[in-house]
Design a protein around this ligand. Structure first.
Ligand code: PMP
Length: 295
């Protein structure tokens, strides 16, 4: 990944991709004092850039990181970076971390660095391929209780058990892992929220110990506009057999139907189809307009 070409915004300047480097004694690397965002670009525009920027700042504040640039400057840098790299459909990764001045748990005076990178990531609207669904394996690691980690922050430290769990699931032939929370309720996938459907009702866990995803909130609103009832409540793993459909939501995942979790089978159907289509129509305004003109 670091051998690509293009430009990265690093601490206020546009630098060549391969020159965007950090020191090995970076505090963020050793102690996880790092926060980041994941944004998706459709037709040259970041979808919900404001919400992502707000979350980056909220994550930073939670992690006692004071970002040295105002929101507007980071958003402008993002727009310029997309232009300079000629990204039409892609992904943006802003990241902020403590620097290398002090190598100890306490590093209050370490410089806060900020970088933004982006790359091409076309979003294919192929409903048939999507409707095949992905498979999940329940992870052995659980999302910690809110008393053990500031779960609202999109902070790198939270992803240690996500990567462990995803690797284990992939090694066993699954696409992703399902993480339970510390109580044993269904929580989320490793980088996406989860929903279940029965008839015209959606069920999703309350985000009381994991990220309340921007896509999750968008899809809840879309479902309600379409007349579905959305129920946020605790979901026990044993209950999964009672649902007809299941899907994940996330900036990267968009709306991804799930066909199996461990031995529970789901049949992506009417609900998945409707929400996949509604989400694409929302994020890809140009494509949706084309459809509207055609219709
Ligand atoms: N949970 C986790 C752990 C994530 O990393 C993500 C991706 N940011 C999500 C949920 C979904 O969040 P969003 O819809 O804001 O991308």
């Amino acid at each position: 990944f670091d051998r690509r070409s293009g430009e990265v915004w690093l601490d206020g300047e546009f630098v060549e991709w391969q020159s965007a480097r950090i020191h090995v004694l970076t505090h963020g690397l050793h102690y996880g004092s790092t926060v980041y965002e994941g944004e998706r670009v459709y037709g040259g525009q970041v979808f919900k850039l404001g919400a992502h920027t707000d979350r980056l700042f909220a994550s930073a504040e939670t992690m006692d990181i004071k970002l040295p640039y105002p929101k507007a400057e980071l958003e402008n840098a993002t727009r310029q970076l997309l232009e300079r790299n000629q990204i039409v459909d892609g992904y943006v990764r802003p990241v902020a971390w403590r620097g290398s001045e002090m190598m100890a748990t306490s590093a209050r005076n370490n410089r806060i660095h900020v970088a933004i990178a982006c790359w091409q990531w076309p979003s294919y609207f192929d409903p048939a391929a999507r409707m095949a669904g992905i498979t999940l394996q329940t992870a052995e690691w659980r999302r910690p209780p809110p008393s053990s980690s500031p779960f609202q922050a999109k902070a790198s430290g939270h992803y240690m058990i996500a990567t462990l769990s995803k690797h284990k699931a992939e090694n066993a032939g699954f696409h992703d892992a399902l993480m339970l929370d510390w109580r044993g309720y269904v929580a989320e996938a490793t980088s996406a929220n989860i929903f279940f459907a029965r008839e015209n009702r959606l069920y999703t866990p309350r985000p009381d110990c994991f990220l309340n995803g921007i896509t999750r909130q968008t899809v809840i609103a879309l479902a309600q506009e379409m007349g579905m009832e959305v129920i946020e409540r605790h979901i026990l793993p044993e209950e999964m057999g009672e649902f007809d459909e299941c899907f994940l939501t996330g900036t990267a995942a968009e709306v991804t139907p799930v066909s199996r979790i461990d031995h529970y089978q789901f049949k992506p159907g009417r609900v998945c189809e409707a929400l996949v289509a509604a989400y694409f129509a929302l994020v890809q305004p140009a494509a949706a307009q084309g459809e509207r003109h055609a219709g």
